[in-house]
Design a protein around this ligand. Structure first.
Ligand SMILES: [Zn+2]
Length: 247
């Protein structure tokens, strides 16, 4: 009698590769079926190896997995390499920050198909439309917070239903100019952009004409919110521009 093993096919994207030796690695996959999964990949040095092709950040495809935790990778049918992403450092860094945030914020083995699709769409946009990277990243942050149950509510003032001008991320409340505890600070443009990201389809949001300064200030609000609720400092990750993957 052999050891019982489970064979699975996971539609997944590789988020991280941690080499344990010259030929072996632990890879972290984000899969449609199981969410975040850690998988052991052997024989990754040989270029002919099926595993070598899958043990690269941002490879997206159907991963063959077997075993009974720890899982082993036994091959991959690649759907997309995202070649351009590797050519452009800025886009690559943004995609790797997203990967890091997903690994830190998602419980292992818990599927979230809409977050999975959001990530695949984000990486596809970075890959094909570099000029949309900033807008895409903002959309990702806003939708991520909703998917993780810490959604930012900035549609109306939490007291009177007027348009808000200030967001208190600690208490997750938005306020109009009359009820804002902080006077003279007008964040209304940024809050309305965040509200649009929360309520628009991706393509519609990406088609909006938005000045960079407005995007940058919107980042500050949503990233403060994410920091207060998840403890992840995305602003610092963006500023440091470090490649968080591989190694
Ligand atoms: Zn009010």
């Amino acid at each position: 009698m052999g050891i019982e093993t489970i064979d699975m096919l996971l539609e997944a994207i590789c988020l991280n590769v941690k080499k344990t030796s010259a030929t072996e690695a632990y890879i972290t996959l984000f899969s449609r079926q199981m969410g975040i999964v850690d998988v052991y990949a052997k024989n990754i040095k040989s270029t002919k190896s099926k595993n070598a092709k899958g043990a690269i950040p941002f490879i997206y495809g159907n991963y063959f997995i077997s075993g009974k935790g720890p899982y082993q990778m036994s091959g991959v049918d690649i759907k997309e390499y995202f070649y351009n992403l590797r050519e452009d450092y800025e886009s690559y860094i943004m995609a790797s920050i997203m990967a890091k945030v997903l690994i830190k914020s998602m419980p292992i083995g818990t599927p979230n198909p809409s977050l999975f699709e959001l990530y695949i769409n984000s990486v596809s946009v970075f890959n094909k439309h570099k000029e949309l990277t900033n807008k895409m990243f903002l959309y990702f942050e806003v939708r991520l917070s909703h998917e993780l149950g810490i959604g930012i509510q900035v549609d109306t003032c939490s007291i009177c239903k007027n348009k808000p001008v200030f967001y208190d991320s600690v208490n997750t409340e938005a306020f109009c100019s009359e009820h804002s505890p902080v006077k003279g600070k007008d964040e209304s443009l940024y809050l309305s952009l965040i509200s649009r990201a929360a309520n628009s389809k991706l393509v519609k949001f990406l088609n909006l004409k938005i000045e960079k300064e407005i995007i940058d200030n919107s980042y500050k609000i949503i990233e403060r919110h994410i920091f207060d609720h998840l403890g992840i400092n995305i602003e610092r990750l963006r500023m440091e521009k470090i490649d968080y993957l591989g190694g």
